[in-house]
Design a protein around this ligand. Structure first.
Ligand code: HEC
Ligand SMILES: [Cu+2]
Length: 503
């Protein structure tokens, strides 16, 4: 009996010591010193507050007001949303790792319900839910330390929790890492959520919340930023080709996971779950309910890019669709657009063995850089390969795979006297395009070649070197410097390319 008592005592002592070691470990990172205080700048979706440039932790005062508002859910469809700040999703909050947040939650006096806030960025009971429980016409205050960097969801957690979230009570808080996020050209805020209306999708009038559908997880609406069309048409996001885009994507749920995807773009970087470890070359990112992701990409060619929940009926039948309009120069080397539309014979297609490709055109000259019998430098294999790549992406559509052109319509490049003798003319033809009469090998052509001046100096030099040294042609190498010079020469560049004299 006595032995047992001591044994229990010693076990208790050991476990107490162990707990102390553990908690000491948890504390061994000292909290950063708080310098000064400031009011948080909040932003309404799809906007994001500016990046934090501050190099120290401060006390950040956040004021957020809960408003119950009746607004458009879809055309002709109204819904009474419960919101953090007046909109769905709630205001975007941006703070820095280490900051001390003094949070003030205000519940508008016209509201009918008590509300609170659970921020996933909080280390503490309920994420602040209990500490922020607020009746209509009241304000609550609590404070927390932003210990870990990341993109976090916040939401209301007042019973019935699901109903408060389903009515739109969610948003994002970004805790920027101490060193900041890498700079980008544009940042956007997009948050998915579903709505459980009594009526079917599109059924007009003021719709009430349907608890049965919510429990069964059968939402008539799955939308971005609180309404069908909140990010399409005149509300679409916009950017330019080559800009770095960052989207802070949240999923409020309350029930469904999101398979977030931007059609026609590959994410260069994704911070899954809003964490701090980057992943690269990602097509679709899974965002659980109550979580987030940071996605970054760089559109390469212009166009209207749809972003969707790739659980695709939600996109086309429930509203989970947005648009990013990208303007800028086309780049057929990356994407050609439609190259042809012909009648399909219905003949069986054999893809199993590569028998249908015509044999590659014979390359008559040796391709390594060396002087030939006439003392001319032959192009290197690298330059021929690079030129061939450009040709087979862009020029072949008109000038044909073997450079033979199209009778009476498009002049040949194989055996072309123009191409052979007129280096500068060929360069201008590619840069400016060409229209009007041209005589090639005694044949008159009168058509239009569209300008290809978006190609780089190197690409133009390569493709012209390729066509001048392929299909039996033998001509001088074209250098990027020559192309550059042609671009700089305004007189020559504005005049039509000279007709060649026959050699
Ligand atoms: C959209 C069709 C089209 C494309 C694409 C095109 N061309 Fe042409 N090209 C033409 C036509 C048509 C002409 C004749 C224009 C005229 O009648 O003045 C021409 C003329 C030329 C000529 C001068 C005539 C000759 O046969 O020597 C050269 C050189 C040439 N193209 C090179 C190129 C190269 C290199 C590319 C790819 C970078 C290219 N073209 C892409 C249609 C095209
Ligand atoms: Cu609430």
């Amino acid at each position: 009996m006595k032995m047992n008592f001591f044994r229990i005592l010693s076990i208790a002592a050991i476990s107490l010591a162990a707990t102390m070691v553990l908690s000491a470990k948890g504390q061994d990172q000292p909290l950063p010193e708080i310098i000064g205080r400031e009011n948080a700048v909040l932003a309404e979706a799809p906007n994001v507050p500016p990046p934090i440039t501050r190099k120290y932790a401060t006390k950040v005062i956040i004021n957020l007001e809960v408003k119950e508002v009746t607004k458009r859910l879809a055309d002709g469809v109204q819904y009474t949303f419960w919101t953090f700040g007046g909109n769905v999703p709630g205001s975007f909050i941006r703070i820095r790792e280490g900051d001390l947040v003094e949070f003030h939650l205000h519940n508008n006096q016209n509201n009918k319900m008590p509300h609170n806030i659970d921020l996933h960025a909080v280390s503490g009971p309920g994420g602040g839910a209990g500490a922020s429980f607020t009746a209509p016409g009241h304000s609550s205050q609590f404070s927390f330390r932003a210990l870990a960097a990341g993109l976090y969801v916040y939401h209301c957690a007042t019973a019935p929790v699901g109903m408060h979230i389903a009515n739109g009570m969610y948003g994002l808080i970004l805790v920027e890492p101490k060193e900041g996020l890498p700079p980008v050209d544009r940042e956007f805020y997009v948050m998915q959520g579903e709505f459980y209306t009594a009526g079917k999708f599109g059924e007009g009038g003021l719709q009430s919340f349907d608890m049965d559908k919510a429990v069964d997880e059968r939402p008539p609406y799955v939308v971005f930023n609180g309404a069908v069309g909140a990010l399409t048409g005149s509300n679409a996001l916009s950017a330019k080709v080559g800009e770095k885009i960052r989207i802070f994507v949240g999923n409020g749920g309350p029930n469904l996971d999101s398979s977030f995807h931007v059609i026609g773009n590959i994410f260069d970087t994704v911070y899954e779950d809003g964490g701090t470890t980057p992943m690269h070359n990602v097509q679709t990112v899974l965002i659980p309910a109550g979580s987030s992701a940071i996605v970054e990409f760089q559109p390469k060619v212009p166009g209207a890019y749809s972003f969707v929940d790739h659980s695709i009926f939600r996109a086309f039948n429930k509203g989970a669709m947005g648009t990013l309009n990208v303007t800028g120069e086309a780049n057929p080397l990356v994407f050609s657009g439609k190259q042809s539309d012909t009648l399909f014979s219905g003949e069986p297609i054999t893809n199993l063995i590569a028998t249908s490709d015509p044999p590659p055109p014979p390359i008559t000259e040796t391709l390594t850089s060396k002087l030939d019998s006439r003392g001319m430098v032959s192009p290197s294999q690298e330059q021929m390969d690079a030129g061939s790549a450009v040709y087979n992406q862009i020029c072949y559509v008109c000038h044909q795979p073997n450079g033979q052109g199209v009778p009476n319509q498009i002049p040949p490049l194989a055996g072309s006297d123009f191409l052979k003798s007129n280096t500068v003319g060929a360069i201008y033809t590619v840069i400016q395009g060409r229209t009007g009469q041209i005589v090639v090998n005694g044949q008159t052509y009168n058509a239009t070649m569209i300008p290809q001046g978006y190609l780089t100096d190197q690409q133009i030099a390569d493709v012209l070197t390729f066509v001048r040294n392929n299909w039996g042609n033998k001509g001088e190498i074209v250098t990027p410097d020559q192309v550059h010079a042609a671009r700089q020469d305004p007189i020559a560049a504005s005049a039509p390319p000279k007709q060649s004299s026959f050699e």
